[in-house]
Write a protein that binds this ligand. Sequence first.
Ligand code: SF4
Length: 330
Amino acid sequence: MTLLSVQNLRAYYRTEAYGISRTVRAVDGVSFDLFPNEIYGVAGESSCGKTTLIKVISGNIKPPLKAFEGSVNYNFGDYEVDMLKISQAELRENVRWKQISYVMQGSMSVLNPVRKVIKTFQDIVDTHEPITDKNKFLEETRAHINQLGLPSDVLNAYPHQLSGGMRQRVAIALATVFKPALIIADEPTTALDVVVQRGVLQMIKDIQALSNNTVLLVTHDMAVHANVADRVMIMYAGRIVEEAPTESIFNAPLHPYTQHLTSSLAVIGEKSTRASLKGTPPNLADPPSGCRFHPRCPYVKDVCRTVVPDLITIKDRHRVACHLVEAESL
Ligand code: SF4
């Protein structure tokens, strides 16, 4: 069964100022599937389209962002959702929090700074499933956070009384209170120090193992993907350039951009200098022709400058978009 099927998605920002219109092709022809019971990583540098992609698949599509083409379909078992057609009311009542929840960088934005943590839990739960028995709600909330390894007394704290790491864990507990089918975690560890990061990542892994749900983990940090993800998608300039099981991404990357990302990871005892990638990410209002990576690619060929490489399946669950790979495999 497929939990989420995204097909040929094109989502652009279209702005108009002083009579000049500008189109930023943030997500440009993206297709992928998510399956139940997996942690799927999305990687790529800033402005590659990761954030726009999660905005669209979570139904957060507001002007100037618009989905111009493609489909985003969920199958939650007994309930199916076409994310590009669903009404805001249905999204609010039946999908957000219950089927899809969102963990973002910087937990303070979901925790109300002037209310104790338990009150924030109460507000969220009551909005979606009105609380009729307060003792039962308290008991279930305590059991939920204890199951995730958090002590009960965090519920009586104000957010500012908790450390950044603890706040992020509380935010994750809040996002999973309804046991959603999909948890979208957007750079969940970026603002945390390394030791705290490890605890938060372990918590994400534990939740996934406990609930057998799906986690879409978006981060530019390849070390996080190496530790947590089952499969990884690499995005560059609004397109998927490679997607494979994590082991293949790190042990046998095929796309030159993936090779750069994985080779830049720190290795204990390795003291040689890492080559940096020349140039900067392209302007998505005027992306390069052909392969969008060609101005920075060390293996660029003539065909790369004019022809967009197809995203082809090389072997089971391993897809790559590069003329080099295509030529070698045919
Ligand atoms: Fe490099 Fe060409 Fe492959 Fe693009 S298609 S990554 S430019 S070799």
